[in-house]
Design a protein around this ligand. Structure first.
Ligand SMILES: *Cc1c(COP(=O)(O)O)cnc(C)c1O
Length: 405
């Protein structure tokens, strides 16, 4: 539309009062925004339970809480327009530089990063192929992965129409490669389960000139994971924004080789490819960049010490109950932060894991912890707000005390 037409069309819009007849740009505002109601409690209005999260960054519990800096970035960038592609270009450049990648783009989560990365590998810059996905006629159609790496997340790449080929050894993998092989896929949290380790996997990709992708969705800390796999030579790295990076839950990052990231973007908004439904708005794209930047600048050692102090406090509370023992564990992947495992002697403390979980859930404030196998629970202190460790320690001890004999 020409500017003249825009103005003509605007003049027939059903706007009120003084605006009609004025010239572009308008000097008057169309409506006076209502004063924000500071007291409006939307959780209450909607009847939603909120809780202290001692479980970790799980999707069904709404991931993680965005840092204030991220929320501020979202609010402050919501006041002006920008060209979506330019937002992706500029935020992508910064993100790529922070993570030692050639290029990066913000996606609608790690799942979407995998769909987009896969799409880019399959189509390259061929617009015709982009418009045909998931119909793979004339394209490669197989992705090789290790048997132990096959978890539900592979559905993301399967959504592009490819077939998965499972292998166990490097020898199997070499035998499975053929002219239809599009990509090799690696699941970071299964790294210790599969026989083929990172370097060998990447080397195989290079040897046969087949792109490699790694899913590291929830795998910071350690912070080095943000660049480790780019440095190692994986062609595409996918991570969640709304887990341990404390960005928007609906965002994630696809990073890696420049040509592949550029190809991936052809399938995403604002264009109408296979990932058109996985839109990330400019506020979230910028919020994702801010979250990543903040995460990298965090004092990670100090943070780890703080988690240990929280654990020690809760453990000291729980151990006041006769028959209770505690242990600190650190999962090797996904929420790689110290957890507290609390176990009780069922002869002395008469409650099951599920019952304790339920009592904490129904208490005030409501608390979500990880269940156990009958006489134990586990908790993560990763997502606690300052002071919540005290509430946790008090509430757990209170409930255990009630049922101890
Ligand atoms: C959470 C998760 C995903 C999906 O990530 P989203 O950011 O929720 O889209 C993919 N892979 C793994 C291993 C995950 O843990």
């Amino acid at each position: 539309m020409k500017r003249r037409d825009v103005i003509r069309n605007l003049s027939i819009l059903p706007v009120s009062g003084a605006v009609i007849g004025s010239t572009f740009p308008f000097k008057e505002t169309l409506s006076v925004p209502a004063a924000p109601d500071a007291k409006r409690d939307l959780f209450k209005e909607l009847g939603l339970r909120t809780f202290i999260n001692a479980v970790g960054t799980v999707t069904f519990m709404s991931g993680s809480l965005m840092h204030d800096e991220v929320v501020d970035a979202i609010v402050s960038t919501s006041k002006e327009f920008a060209i979506l592609d330019e937002v992706q270009d500029k935020a992508g450049e910064k993100i790529a530089a922070l993570c030692h990648a050639e290029a990066a783009t913000v996606t609608a989560g790690c799942w979407s990063a995998m769909i987009l990365g896969m799409a880019g590998v399959l189509t390259g810059m061929d617009q015709n192929k982009v418009s045909r996905l998931p119909n793979l006629e004339g394209m490669k159609s197989e992705v090789i992965l290790q048997k132990k790496h096959r978890h539900g997340y592979v559905h993301a790449i399967e959504a592009c129409g490819i077939k998965l080929v499972e292998v166990e050894t490097a020898e199997d993998l070499e035998k499975a490669i053929n002219e239809k092989t599009a990509m090799l896929w690696f699941l970071n949290f299964a790294a210790n389960d599969g026989k083929i380790k990172y370097e060998e996997f990447v080397a195989l990709g290079k040897k046969y000139n087949i792109p490699t992708m790694i899913d590291i969705a929830a795998d910071v800390p350690p912070v080095e994971n943000l660049w480790k796999f780019n440095d190692m030579g994986f062609d595409l790295v996918c991570i969640s924004g709304g887990k341990a990076l404390f960005g928007p839950q609906s965002a994630g990052i696809l990073m890696g080789k420049k040509d592949l990231v550029a190809a991936a973007r052809l399938s995403a908004p604002p264009r109408g490819g296979i990932a058109r439904g996985q839109k990330v708005n400019k506020e979230e794209i910028i919020g994702m960049y801010v979250a990543l930047d903040k995460y990298i600048k965090t004092d990670h050692e100090k943070e780890w010490k703080m988690w240990e102090e929280r654990i020690a406090l809760i453990a000291s509370f729980a151990r006041r109950i006769n028959g209770v023992t505690t242990e600190v564990t650190v999962p090797p992947f996904a929420n790689h932060t110290p957890n507290l495992h609390i176990t009780w002697d069922s002869a002395k403390v008469k409650i099951t894991s599920n019952e304790l979980q339920e009592r904490l859930r129904k208490g005030n404030p409501s608390i979500e912890v990880m269940g156990g196998s009958g006489n134990d629970i586990s908790l993560s202190v990763f997502l606690l707000k300052p002071g919540q460790e005290m509430i946790l320690g008090t509430r757990i001890t209170e409930e255990l005390k009630k049922v101890s004999v």
